[in-house]
Design a protein around this ligand. Structure first.
Ligand SMILES: [Zn+2]
Length: 250
């Protein structure tokens, strides 16, 4: 039953973390990890429904070559402010987004579900990882997923977008609702260039068919901010995957 529930779950629920917990039950919370026996090299064998992690040919993240072409897919960001719902699901820090924000990809509307973080970055550029990556996860009415990735490099100053919630990150399994609002459009330049490719969830079940857009412009983050994340969660980046027949860009 449990296996069926996981295999049948929408990619949305699994990537949303909290949904995965409620379906899978407490004993499954740490079933997959970023280190050791249940780490990324073995994800595909942990559950029948995780097979794509091992055998998929369009997996994420990937390394972006320096000569990759910028995406010419038409993106229209219509992001609104959200209340601050901050979740530590044991795998990442995630902010669940209020309804009403969308990204249009060639005219197809995807709603913002949540954004979350990885240390170090999952996508690399010419083999080089950044200290932090943010993923903004969107879902269309037909279930299709689109994810925007934003890379952060070290700077002396704290990142001002992160600051309002980063200073009060919840412990594993906990959620905090903070006062005020935040707009993830303020975290990066939505009008900037980006690399596009077809990939997957970067966590089990590694489902494919995800439209990825990795912003070419990098943001900045302080070493103290990255250290605060690592103190709670450790490293949480899946290694880069083979591009196989995919084109990066376009
Ligand atoms: Zn992610």
């Amino acid at each position: 039953m449990l296996r069926d529930a996981i295999a049948g779950a929408s990619a949305l629920a699994v990537i949303a973390g909290a949904g995965f917990w409620s379906m899978a039950g407490a004993q499954e919370v740490h079933h997959w990890t970023y280190q050791g026996e249940a780490g990324p090299a073995n994800w595909g064998e942990l559950e029948e429904g995780y097979a794509a992690c091992a055998v998929g040919l369009e997996q994420s993240p990937i390394d972006i070559p320096a000569d990759a072409a910028m995406s010419e897919v038409d993106l229209v960001f219509d992001y609104r402010p959200t209340a601050l719902h901050v979740v530590n699901n044991g795998h990442t820090i995630q902010l669940d987004y209020d309804a009403g924000s969308t990204l249009a990809v060639d005219g197809k509307a995807y709603s913002v579900l949540q954004f979350h973080f990885h240390v170090p970055s999952e996508h690399t550029v010419e083999g080089v990882a950044s200290p932090l990556e943010m993923h903004i996860v969107h879902r269309a009415d037909d279930g299709a997923l689109a994810v925007v990735g934003v890379l952060f490099d070290f700077a002396a100053a704290d990142n001002g977008f992160l600051a309002p919630f980063w200073s009060d990150l919840p412990a594993a399994g906990e959620t905090v609702d903070l006062p005020g609002e935040i707009n993830v459009a303020d975290a990066f330049d939505p009008a900037g260039g980006r690399y596009g490719y077809r990939g997957s969830l970067t966590t089990p079940p590694c489902s494919e068919g995800v439209s990825w857009f990795v912003m070419a412009g990098h943001q900045s983050v302080s070493t103290a901010q990255v250290a605060a994340f690592v103190a709670l969660l450790g490293m949480n980046a899946r290694p880069t995957q083979e591009p196989n027949a995919r084109q990066i860009g376009g």
